[in-house]
Design a protein around this ligand. Structure first.
Ligand code: GAR
Length: 192
């Protein structure tokens, strides 16, 4: 199975996935890291793993449709079979969704359907919840609305700062996401 990871920024989830592929915990080839930010730290992490990188930005195109067409061509060029979003902060358009039915997976830093959107950790923290977590889900046309595959829970202590909570959430993401991807790849491979 040929996997591409899409990441907009730091890339810590990308790195744990790359490590899991390298360690053969995920039975797949990580053929591409794409970032929609040319200066994303994720691209530096990819160099370390010698993973092919491609990057272009929305602002380099006249509209979002053309950007997505270019992204779709890229995924086709690398014969990608599973698209893994890891901190990719854009909504996936309908052409991409149609090209990868049930083959785009996302990680979100909250217990969906609670706290969707760009600031899942902060929104949960400011709401004062005692429990939040991480959701892995298939991507559909909504914002963080696709079918849920797995969730991990995180307790919020009274004395947790926002940064403490971010650390706890990322720990759970780093453990859960590679495991769930390994399982998805196993299932898809067994269908073939
Ligand atoms: C992760 O916490 C991920 O759940 C979140 O962005 C962060 C990326 O971190 N994604 C979303 O909020 C998507 N709505 P990373 O770049 O270090 O992997």
């Amino acid at each position: 199975m040929r996997i591409a990871v899409l990441a907009s920024g730091n890339g810590s989830n990308f790195e744990v996935i790359a490590q899991a592929v390298k360690d053969k915990k995920i039975d797949a080839e990580l053929v591409l890291l794409f970032s929609d930010h040319r200066d994303a730290y994720a691209l530096k992490r990819a160099e370390k793993f010698e993973i092919t990188c491609e990057s272009f930005e929305l602002k380099e195109f006249t509209n979002k449709k053309n950007y997505e067409t270019a992204l779709l061509s890229l995924l086709k060029k690398y014969e990608v079979e599973l698209v893994v979003l890891a901190g990719y902060m854009r909504i996936i358009g309908k052409d991409l969704l149609a090209a990868f039915p049930n083959r785009i997976v996302n990680v979100h830093p909250a217990l969906l359907p609670n706290f969707p959107g760009l600031h899942g950790i902060k929104d949960a923290y400011e709401a004062g919840v005692e429990e939040t977590g991480v959701t892995i889900h298939y991507v559909d046309s909504g914002v963080d609305t696709g079918p849920i595959i797995a969730q991990g829970r995180v307790q919020v202590s009274k004395d947790d700062s926002l940064s403490d909570l971010e650390t706890k959430i990322h720990q759970v993401e780093h453990e859960l996401y590679p495991k769930v991807l390994a399982e998805i790849v196993r299932e898809v491979n067994s269908e073939v």
